[in-house]
Design a protein around this ligand. Structure first.
Ligand code: NI
Length: 163
């Protein structure tokens, strides 16, 4: 396993569409391992493969409830809405509020190739939406409602997380 370099805003790779994973081979499993290690090393809540320069539809998330690995994830349903601050490991030092669904249902493959569904709510739903956007070249600042960088009055637990 290795910590990989995280690309930051301005790098073209963050604006490209990632391709589906066709075969979950050793390279993809190594990518998943490296992404988790990179995410934890950076104290992030999520990471998408384009952030480490790999244009494949692969995401890792951990909002404090354990590691989630998503290959070829798709949101199949969503409901409600929430507005809250987000950060991004590719946009260091910045925080902005974004509107996201309150709940999403995601269909993805795990590293064993099996398709599964994940019900995500609250901050996990935010993390899922944020990371899936990365797979389509979308950064959360594209959806910014308000720049809250440096504002600390709304600092619940999620205020410390970066995706
Ligand atoms: Ni991000």
């Amino acid at each position: 396993m290795a910590v990989r370099t995280i690309f930051t805003i301005g790098d073209e790779v963050l604006r490209k569409h990632a391709k589906p994973v066709e075969t979950i081979d050793k390279r993809i499993k190594t990518l998943l391992d490296d992404m988790a290690q990179t995410m934890y090393a950076a104290d992030g809540a999520g990471l998408a493969a384009p952030q480490v320069g790999i244009l494949r539809r692969v995401v890792t998330i951990d909002v404090g409830e354990g590691l989630i690995e998503l290959i070829n994830p798709q949101i199949i349903s969503q409901e409600g809405s929430q507005v809250g601050p987000e950060g991004c490991l590719s946009i260091p030092g910045r925080r902005c509020t974004v509107e996201r669904p309150m709940k999403v249902k995601v269909r993805a493959q795990g590293r064993d190739g099996r398709t599964f569904e994940l019900d995500a709510e609250g901050f996990l739903a935010v993390a899922v939406c944020h990371e899936l956007d990365h797979l389509d070249g979308i950064l959360y600042v594209d959806k910014m409602i308000e720049d809250v960088t440096g504002k600390t009055e709304e600092a619940p637990k999620r205020g410390e997380d970066e995706e």
